[in-house]
Design a protein around this ligand. Sequence first.
Ligand SMILES: [Ca+2]
Ligand SMILES: [Ca+2]
Length: 304
Amino acid sequence: MSNHLNSSNYNFKLIYLIIPLIVLVAGYSFVSAQASKQVTVTAVVPEKPPLEEPDTIIIFSGIAYPSSTVTISRDASVISVITTNSQAHFQVQATVDPGTYTFTIVGIDSDGIEGKISNFTLTLSEGTTTTISGIFLGPTITIDNTSIGPGETTTLNGTTVPSSEVNVTLNYTAAAAAAGDPHIAVHIANADSNGRWLQLFNADDLSVGSYDANAQAIEPENQSVSETSKTVSFDVVTGEEEPDECDGMVPGDLNCDGYVNLVDFSILLFYWNSTDPANPRADINSDGLVEIIDFSIMLYYWTG
Ligand SMILES: [Ca+2]
Ligand SMILES: [Ca+2]
């Protein structure tokens, strides 16, 4: 077909369209400013119908994840599975019937993590060659802990274009946010030469509540900005909300080891006659005093 397109028998008209990429996660100035990235759609149309109608061709090119696969589907039917190079670039050409289609593009990184799906709805006229260039899929993202308490961390990581800057946007979603608490924070991570990025959050640096996070990459060559990644969520909880090992243990099992025995009895003696024992389970009947009644309840549950 390229012979036809380059032939001097035809005059070609170049339709050059710039469409802004739809950024699904918007609503705050930082990402809006960074989302000026654009995908270019170019269509080459023969001015006069040739004797034999040339094929209708669509070309996709862009960035996904290094040495990984990109799957392109047309109305949910896979039309092409391609491999990216070590710098995450891909280009593929497909011949399709004319018509209006929704194309979806999704990458799976070399760790098997699927990125967020990108969509394009296009009308392809017969005999045109349409090129969609500048596609930049959002980074892949995974999270290791979805609930963290004091001193605990959660790590977000994934893959994008090598040596890019990755902006991780943390969104505090709790309704009862403390006054003055920033609801949005952007953390900068840097992808290594294999495209792997990582961002760690420590519960001690965050308010108790629920968080959403996603990532966008800025590739080093042209400073173009990727689509957003999928969104991951995690909760920061207080120490008291951590699982209590004494939940479900019988009264009298003061050290919560599943037995009521001499160990529990020695703990009871330690707190004997106290009104506010450091181990509140020692006051078995919760009447404010560790005494003979508690001992008799302990004997009732005695397992030895
Ligand atoms: Ca015990
Ligand atoms: Ca008592």
